[in-house]
Design a protein around this ligand. Structure first.
Ligand code: PEP
Ligand code: CO
Length: 449
């Protein structure tokens, strides 16, 4: 079937809301189609070539942010703090690997959520599940759970203001390497991980002073002054994605101009489904989740459909098996796909296969499982002789208590203290920084500090 931006409608589209007011839906989509793009196609081409470097082992891939962004939690401090945390983590990783870090946020559009159940039941009442702020509201009330097309306009406005601030941070001096000791989060000052980070930043400051003395400085070297930061989200709500599918005037190709990078989730990756079909026609770099139920056949089909020209940097396979299953399931998949000699970039999502419910009823994840899955991912690659490109994480710059374990040894009974996520549990600052030091140890033979 010939691809067009709406040809996905001829395929089965899983996880899609049904809107009762079709008239309003059409009006909103028309409005969205005329709004300015959030990103420029040329930026996605730069990202693609940076991801190609990751595939070749010349860069490290770091993707992170909320499971679900929410309209009410979006404020400048939250955006700044998550950005700071990702900068800190990439400094740790760059220092360990001597490689640049490609930074992608699950931010500026991560508003739609797939759900395992269409309904949620509480105290005998059954309502449609919350599907992310772009679709309905979190509040457990009949009206709030009704899918509302106008929410797409809010999502666009939130994404635009988030991205505007991120661009200012990335290019306006905040991300300059001269500022690296200012990226510490105030509340994290006494954390062990922050102390380690401070030691590291002192070493880097000395190197920068040395470079300055040699004539390499912020004024003449862009890399010291600013950074590249890219946005990404799951391409789930196809009517919304369609409204931002436009022809790039420089190349004549179709791009999604809402986000630099889009991925397809583990529940919507059917090679015959609407999501894969939609993504096949746009030129952005793409991600494909590879969960424990992925069959080799489906994976091969998806690689053919999503990367028919075998372009480097086009397709990132985001493996999310779970700490146990990765050991039994991943080696054969990796072997088989690696033998095809195709251009794919392998990344580990140690979050989505490690979700459990705590005794107190909170959805949580244990940091030990998260780290074990990453470690297995690296070991399996080493055994295969292939390249582990990086990690895909759910994290936040807020001091939340959503995942158990980590340097503060958060326990089941502490989860209620600051459990703020609208969907899956995120690593907090201390847990994320600790993870980056553990990763750094794994990536370098020597301890970095
Ligand atoms: C996600 O990344 O938020 C997600 C839902 O992941 P998965 O599709 O892998 O379950
Ligand atoms: Co999630």
């Amino acid at each position: 079937m010939k691809w067009s931006k709406d040809s996905w409608k001829n395929f089965e589209a899983k996880q899609m809301p049904s809107y009762s007011d079709q008239g309003n839906l059409e009006k909103v989509l028309e409005n969205l189609s005329s709004l300015p793009p959030l990103i420029f196609a040329g930026e996605t081409r730069s990202l693609k070539s940076q991801i190609h470097q990751v595939q070749k082992g010349e860069s490290f891939y770091l993707q992170g942010g909320d499971c679900a962004e929410s309209f009410s939690e979006l404020n400048p401090n939250t955006i700044r703090d998550t950005f700071k945390l990702l900068l800190q983590m990439s400094v740790v990783l760059t220092f360990a690997t001597n490689k640049p870090v490609v930074k992608l946020g699950r931010i500026g559009g991560q508003f739609a959520k797939p759900r395992s159940s269409d309904f949620e039941e509480k105290n005998g009442e059954k309502l449609p599940s919350y599907r992310g702020d772009i679709i309905n509201a979190f509040e457990f009330k009949k009206d709030s759970r009704e899918p509302n097309p106008s929410r797409m306009l809010h999502a666009y406005n939130h994404s635009a203001s988030t991205l505007n601030l991120l661009r200012a941070f990335a290019q306006g001096g905040f991300a300059s390497l001269n500022q690296l000791n200012k990226w510490n989060l105030d509340f994290a000052n006494n954390f062990e991980s922050t102390k380690k980070y401070k030691d590291l930043s002192q070493k880097i400051e000395q190197s920068i002073k040395f470079m300055n003395a040699c004539g390499i400085n912020e004024q003449n070297t862009r890399e010291l002054r600013e950074t590249d930061f890219y946005t990404s989200h799951e391409a789930l709500l196809l009517p919304y994605e369609q409204a931002f599918t436009r022809i790039d005037s420089t190349t004549g190709d179709w791009y999604n101009v809402n986000s630099h990078f889009l991925w397809v989730g583990d529940r919507t990756r059917d090679p015959n489904g609407a999501h894969i079909h939609y993504l096949s026609g746009i030129k952005n770099p793409l991600g494909l989740k590879v969960g424990p139920s992925t069959s080799i056949d489906d994976l091969k089909k998806n690689i053919d459909i999503l990367n028919p020209d075998n372009e480097g940097g086009r397709l990132t396979l985001i493996v999310r098996m779970g700490a146990d299953k990765i050991k039994s399931t991943f080696p054969s998949i990796l072997k088989e796909i690696d033998s095809l000699g195709r251009n794919v970039t392998w990344v580990c999502d140690p979050m989505h296969g490690n979700t459990s419910t705590s005794n107190s009823g909170y959805k949580t994840r244990a940091t030990v499982n998260i780290f074990n899955e990453i470690q297995s991912f690296f070991e399996i690659h080493k055994a295969q002789g292939s390249i582990p490109g990086g990690v895909h994480l759910e994290l936040t710059g807020l001091n939340v208590t959503e995942c158990v374990g980590g340097p503060d040894d958060i326990k089941d009974e502490n989860l209620g203290d600051r459990y703020h996520t609208f969907c899956d549990p995120r690593l907090n600052v201390n847990q994320s920084l600790e993870l980056s030091f553990l990763l750094a140890d794994l990536l370098s033979n020597d301890n970095i500090i």
